[in-house]
Structure formats: structure tokens, C-alpha cells
Design a protein. Structure first.
Length: 303
């Protein structure tokens, strides 16, 4: 595979670009020769219907001058802006710098709108209709890809409208999840519990914990095998918010509560990751978004 970071590629690109522009200018000059008075009209040799010939007239002067201007503009542009290999241009412009500059200008105008709520606690912000609308717009921009427009999630993505929280649903924990992200990992447990029939038996035991349909005999046989899971889910299967380990005694399932889905989780494990948004959004937006998410499952007093 070619190494396009090698300086030789930069020189190659710059030479090809400049030679192409110069060649275009020379070609235009060659084709712009004026016909002398009385000189025979030149044709391309193409003839149709016996007397319809294609003339080879010089290029129109107005078009030629515009073309020259375009070539001069291209050369000036390549001096000012990137375009000749690794040469950055005398202005030092970059698309990243342009983006960051626009973001900085935009944030300078709108951040005060969000930062004004930082002094208020989360329930108070959640009760403010204007703040709630702002938080909803933030949610629809950054969160719907995973949690859905109604915040009810989907397979592998938590429902934010109930009170079942993997990491905890208090305001500080929600803010921590949004700002710094979360990574939840369940390792494959089949080998730890003996594999084969033991996996199915433990799955039936897990279903029994939540009162779901199960085979009582297999569930009882799987009780001892579940000991390998208690480090995360606890002896009673109620989970551990410090680890993001879900409560297995309710009927809230991240990957479905079918026997096949539970066995798949035991056999292959699960890995979920929520990206951090702290650096992207800043404290003010994080505060409003926290209030909106908290308010989805809590009834705040309305103003």
C-alpha cells in the first residue's frame, strides 16, 4: 500500500497541479491564433449531408480572456490556501480551524442562554417550560440515534422514561453519564458456569427471578450455577448500579427477556458503550439535558 504521507507524494501532487494549469494556458494560446485576412477557412474534416462542415475557428476572445482569468485565480488560490500537496498556503487556513472558529462564535452567543440555568437545581430546571423545551431540542439533536425520539430506547439501548436505571437515576449520576459516558461489559459466562445444559438452567433461574415464564425444575438446577453471576448482579439478582449491572428481578430487559436472549447473553456476553458528551456540549447544555432526562421519569412541580 502506498504511503501518501511521504514527502514525495506532496511534491508529485504539486508538480502535477501546476503543470496541468500551465498546460491548459498553453493549449488555449495555441487554439487562439487569429485567421489572417483572405486565409482559407480551416475545418476539422468532418462533413455531413455533403456540404455541412465543422469549422475550426479560433476561440472567442471573450471566452479566452475569462479562461486566462480563471487560471490566474487558480494560481493565486493555491498560493493562499492548501492545494499543492502539503503546502498549507500563506494564510494558514484549515477546515478544522474554520469549524472551530464558527463553533466558538456560535457558542459565545448561545452559551449564556444555557449557563443561566446552572445556578438552579435539576428539579427546578425540569419544571421550567422554557428550559424543558431547550433540553428536548438538545435531546432530539444528540440522543435520539440511540434512545429514540420518544426516549423509550430499543434493543440494547435503555428506556429513559421508566425508573429502571443501570447506573442510577439521580441527577448527579445522570449528569455523570451524559458528560463522561458509560461502558458496560458483561463477559461471556458459559465456561464459568459449566457450559452446555448449565447455561440453559441458569437462564431459567434468571427468568424465575423476574417472575417470567420458566421451567421450575431447570430453574432450581440453575440456582448454584448463578453463583458465578453474583459478583455483579448480587445474590438476589438485584444488580449493582456501581457496575452498571442490571436488576434481574424486574421485567425490564435491555436485550429481550426470552430464553434465547438470556442464553445468548450468558454465552457471548454483552458490551454497551455510551459516548461522552461533556467536551462537546459544555456545562450549561449538559445541565439542561440532565434536567430533561431526569424529568422524563420524574414528575417535577410545574411553574
Amino acid at each position: 500500500m502506498a504511503d501518501f504521507t511521504h514527502p514525495g507524494w506532496s511534491i508529485y501532487i504539486a508538480v502535477v497541479t501546476l503543470v496541468s494549469i500551465i498546460a491548459c494556458v498553453l493549449l488555449a494560446m495555441l487554439m487562439s491564433r487569429k485567421r489572417k485576412p483572405g486565409e482559407k477557412i480551416d475545418t476539422t474534416g468532418h462533413v455531413w449531408d455533403g456540404d455541412l462542415s465543422e469549422l475550426n475557428n479560433p476561440l472567442p476572445r471573450w471566452w479566452l480572456y475569462l479562461f486566462y482569468i480563471t487560471c490566474v485565480f487558480a494560481l493565486v488560490y493555491l498560493v493562499l490556501y492548501p492545494g499543492l500537496g502539503s503546502f498549507k498556503g500563506v494564510l494558514g487556513w484549515t477546515q478544522v480551524g474554520q469549524y472551530e472558529s464558527e463553533v466558538e462564535r456560535t457558542n459565545a452567543r448561545i452559551d449564556p442562554l444555557f449557563d443561566g440555568y446552572l445556578a438552579q437545581d435539576i428539579p427546578a430546571v425540569a419544571a421550567d417550560p422554557r428550559a424543558r423545551d431547550m433540553g428536548e431540542r438538545l435531546f432530539l439533536t444528540y440522543c435520539v440515534q440511540c434512545h429514540g425520539s420518544d426516549a423509550r430506547g430499543s434493543r440494547g439501548f435503555p428506556n429513559l422514561t421508566d425508573r429502571d436505571w443501570l447506573w442510577g437515576g439521580d441527577p448527579d449520576t445522570i449528569r455523570e453519564s451524559i458528560a463522561n459516558g458509560r461502558t458496560g461489559i458483561m463477559p461471556p459466562m458459559a465456561a464459568a458456569i459449566g457450559g452446555g445444559a448449565n447455561v440453559e438452567q441458569v437462564a431459567h433461574h434468571v427468568l424465575r427471578l423476574s417472575g417470567s415464564a420458566h421451567d421450575p425444575v431447570k430453574a432450581e438446577l440453575g440456582r448454584d450455577g448463578f453463583d458465578a453471576c453474583t459478583a455483579c448482579h448480587g445474590a438476589e439478582g438485584k444488580g449493582n448500579p456501581l457496575l452498571g449491572a442490571p436488576n434481574l428481578t424486574d421485567r425490564t430487559w435491555l436485550y429481550s427477556g426470552s430464553l434465547a436472549a438470556v442464553m445468548d447473553s450468558i454465552n457471548n456476553g454483552r458490551t454497551n458503550q455510551m459516548p461522552p458528551f461533556g467536551d462537546l456540549l459544555g456545562d450549561g447544555k449538559i445541565h439542561l439535558l440532565t434536567a430533561y432526562v431526569w424529568g422524563l421519569s420524574n414528575t417535577a412541580p410545574r411553574r
